[in-house]
Write a protein that binds this ligand. Structure first.
Ligand code: SAM
Length: 289
């Protein structure tokens, strides 16, 4: 069955009376080379167990089934269950779980379905849940590799370097937990219905140790959020909401200089290591009081 063939898609979905839902981010792939390439890059062969989010009609699921020993695919839309029964009938190594990926305990799912064995995650993610879904996939600690298609701009933001326009608090959040790289771009013409934006396939390889050591992770991320909430302000001013209650501007400027940062610098220029040093310097200053 050609699960990316537009005539086949129309025919199968028509027979099941299925209509695409914009609010569920349903844009299905129509270029068979894309799911094949995502599955090949996913590590499903190496790690043997794969969790997929949002199978849609099952084009990526089928590719994963051909490579992994076991595939568990989480689909929110009940209307797709009978479609998937038909399109995945040839595979005996797949289980479709109906549910909202954001409401699931992913670590428990991996333990339950794969007996705690290693697993990878893979998806053509619905745009509307990109950030919370990526956070859930990273925070659950259950995956050796996460290969996902997202909006190209989001992929660029995630992989961005300090000082670039795309660098954001989310770049730091992800890069603190995983090595991130863009594998390839996927133009809007490769989907039905055609989305307004282009996509890219992103690979996240969760780190066993964070890239930098920091005494108080929570505080470091509070500094990051404060800096990017006011990205046009210098760091001295932007950090006021976090440490302004205990330090005046001059003290904050001196603190920045003590860790080798210009007092007029903006938060968007700081690396993760800079934020870690700044957070540790705040702690040392408190201890010295
Ligand atoms: N994998 C298919 C493909 O590549 O053609 C479909 C991808 S489509 C972009 C996203 C899929 O995610 C849809 O099937 C949609 O119903 C499903 N979905 C949307 N929100 C979801 C959620 N919160 N949890 C699980 N699946 C969801």
């Amino acid at each position: 069955m050609g699960l990316c063939d537009i005539e086949e898609i129309r025919s199968v979905l028509g027979r099941h009376g299925f209509h695409f839902s914009k609010s569920l981010g349903q844009n299905f792939l129509t270029d068979a080379s894309v799911p094949a390439r995502i599955a090949a890059e996913s590590g499903a062969e190496q790690y043997k167990n794969a969790v997929e989010i949002g199978p849609g009609m099952g084009c990526l699921t089928a590719e994963l089934c051909g490579r992994a020993e076991r595939v568990v695919s989480v689909e929110l839309d009940r209307a797709l269950l009978p479609v998937l029964d038909e399109t995945l009938a040839a595979f005996d190594n797949v289980e479709v779980v109906q549910g909202d990926v954001l409401a699931l305990d992913l670590a428990a799912l991996v333990r339950e379905k794969f007996g705690g064995a290693e697993a990878v995650a893979c998806a053509n993610l619905p745009y509307y849940i990109t950030t919370p879904a990526l956070s859930a996939l990273l925070d659950c600690g259950a995956f050796r590799r996460i290969t996902v298609m997202v909006q190209r701009e989001v992929a660029q933001r995630i992989c961005a370097e300090p000082g670039s326009a795309a660098y954001s608090a989310f770049s730091i959040y992800v890069q603190y937990r995983a090595a991130a790289e863009i594998l390839f771009d996927v133009p809007a013409e490769c989907f039905t219905p055609r989305p307004k934006v282009d996509s890219a396939v992103l690979r996240l390889t969760p780190l066993t140790e964070p890239p930098v050591k920091v005494g108080n992770e929570k505080q470091m991320f509070a500094l990051v959020r404060a800096a990017f909430n006011m990205r046009r302000k210098t760091l001295v001013n932007a950090l006021g909401p976090v440490i302004g209650g205990e330090m005046g501007k001059e003290e904050i400027a001196a603190l920045l200089e003590s860790v080798g940062l210009d007092a007029r610098i903006r938060g968007e220029r700081l690396s993760i290591a800079d934020y870690a040093r700044l957070s540790d310097a705040i702690d040392s200053k408190r201890e010295g009081r």
